[in-house]
Design a protein around this ligand. Structure first.
Ligand code: IMP
Length: 194
């Protein structure tokens, strides 16, 4: 196998995402070697993260020799914010952050939220794009808790571990139940069959 066929590139500037994926990758015993590529992608404003992911993937066409993928996630507060911030997650994190989000929902006892993610892969041998999706449901914590993870992790209580936020569990525990972990398992099963 040529060296280039052995490589798979994760196009991201987010080292936290890369680290989460590296943990899964190293345990999956794959023939591929994972590398981070921090190149500029174009992020459009669209209604779904799948549309955002597709555009992002196409925006780097021709710039990488080999198979590559991107990953796009969103955080949705279903009750009481009807899914906000969703596709605006990055902007909301940069502007009001977790503290600002909590202040928006301070008066509500009952909350529901989920993370969704889409991995969009350009698979070079077939010159085709493939998608893998993952989702995890939970609630919003009353306070910001924990020092692990990143982004909205300190305010998300997954239904399956309702006493701890994503920032209070290890990367391995998060990967077992998270949106990204689920999508990555689908991705890895696909890659193992190729
Ligand atoms: P991105 O556009 O996929 O990088 O993510 C959108 C926003 O959601 C960013 O502010 C990220 O920090 C946040 N985010 C993405 N994935 C996660 C996660 O697994 N936990 C917490 N926040 C996340």
């Amino acid at each position: 196998m040529k060296q280039e066929e052995n490589m798979i590139y994760f196009v991201t500037g987010n080292i936290n995402k890369f680290n989460e994926i590296s943990v899964i990758f190293s345990k999956a015993n794959m023939k591929y070697c994972l590398q981070q590529k921090d190149i500029k992608t174009i992020e459009i404003q669209a209604d779904t993260i799948k549309e955002v992911a597709l555009f992002k993937l196409n925006s780097i066409k021709g710039q990488i020799n080999g198979s590559y993928f991107i990953e796009d996630a969103g955080f949705f507060i279903d009750i009481p914010l009807n899914g906000f911030p969703g596709v605006y997650s990055s902007y909301v994190m940069k502007t009001i952050g977790n503290k600002g989000l909590l202040s928006l929902i301070d008066d509500f006892e009952n909350t529901k939220a989920h993370f969704s993610t889409v991995i969009a892969l350009h698979y070079k041998p077939l010159d085709k794009n493939f998608y893998f999706e993952g989702c995890v449901h939970g609630k919003i914590s009353k306070t910001i808790r924990g020092t692990g993870g990143f982004g909205f992790d300190p305010i998300f209580l997954p239904d399956i571990l309702p006493d701890r936020t994503f920032a209070e569990i290890t990367t391995e525990e998060k990967n077992r139940i998270s949106h990204r972990g689920k999508a990555w398992n689908k991705f890895i099963n696909f890659m193992k069959k190729t």
